[in-house]
Design a protein around this ligand. Sequence first.
Ligand code: NAP
Length: 246
Amino acid sequence: MRKTLLVTGASAGIGAASARLAATRGYDLIVNYNSDRAGAEAVASDARAAGARALICQADVVDPEQITAMFARIDAEFGRLDALVNNAGVVDQTARVTDLTHARLRRMFDINVIGAILVAKEAVSRMLAQGDGGAIVNISSAAARLGSGNQYVDYAASKAAIDIFTKGLSDEVAGDNIRVNSIRPGLIDTDIHAKGGEPGRAARLAHMVPMKRTGSAEEIADAVLYLLSDQASYVTGTVLEVTGGR
Ligand code: NAP
């Protein structure tokens, strides 16, 4: 039987690559997006071509009511949820701490932390009710370890929050056979850098990576699908670095 997987932020980048790969590995999909409807439709179309059911679901994870509405649709359309890739996230423009505004911090933490925790809460409550386990992968960042001084310490702090949330949640639900892990991507070639105001960021910093190159969204998707799979059946509460050694 195909499992049901929700990928947040599945319209682009790492989320889109994870959703596309999951469709080829036997998952039916909920393709969440916020603003990029065309991106979500392209992912859903590819997933269907791979034999998956795919429900496109717009929801801004900043808004608790939109999260609730998304899960109501999942309940109505699928009646269960087996797995979650908690991927939706943003960076912001390069800034020092002295330049950070309250509005920027609110947006960063509302999306990257509070949104992710609320989505995980809804997913876990369904997995617990189903009673047959589940798997969650939270997308963190190497920034959680590096701190991103002089770039965006707010982003780094938001991802460090995700890593410790991963540990705490995994402890809470391990006895229910729900595994919770996070992945720390390194410099990955997606549009997130352009959205943060620096299109060439990944390429500019590639020389700092021991492997001397950026990673691809597909290389992160491979790690995501491993952690979701039964091959990772004894892996929980951990952080997987996918950084080319950085
Ligand atoms: P991306 O290409 O910019 O994609 C971001 C995705 O998140 C999009 O689908 C976007 O949806 C969605 N999203 C953003 N805000 C949202 C919101 N409020 N509600 C729902 N969805 C929202 O970025 P990416 O590089 O793939 O990043 C994915 C994750 O990996 C993020 O958590 C990021 O922090 C993490 N990461 C990335 C890198 C990197 O180098 N690329 C490194 C480390 C960690 P719409 O476009 O539809 O609005």
